[in-house]
Design a protein around this ligand. Sequence first.
Ligand SMILES: [Zn+2]
Length: 165
Amino acid sequence: MRYNGEYYEGRHEPIITKKLFDDVQEVMKQKSKPQKPDKMKFFLYRGLFRCGECSYAITADRKIKKSGKQYTYYYCTKKNPNHKCSQNVFTREEKILSQINEVLQKVSLSNDWADWMIKKLEREKEEKVQSSRFFAQKIESEIKEIDEKLEKLMTAYLENALSLE
Ligand SMILES: [Zn+2]
């Protein structure tokens, strides 16, 4: 424990074990290490797909055409030591995107269904608003009634028609 700039042996029960403390320090040290520059380059689909032939990771790179336009390509890392992968294909990111869209189309909701669901939700919301409005009106009229009773009592009291009790 540090107190007034000096360290003293603590006599309290530690909240966490020394081992856990040391482990956490180690993890934090690892995390604060700078990453290799290559790992910081961002590719949308890197790490998402594996090669259909050798099942090893698909990686990506960027190329700049003569026109100055940049393209992102994906290709097999071919790092499987037990299989000499024959894939020499570089696939453009746009092509992958259109294939993903095709798959998503098959499982996505049709517009008709989506419209129907949205309308149903809107109706439910409207009903809820109606019922809380009705509830509020009921309470308001109750309050008004009680106020009127109070007023009558007060008048009767002030005119000495009622004792304080
Ligand atoms: Zn491969």
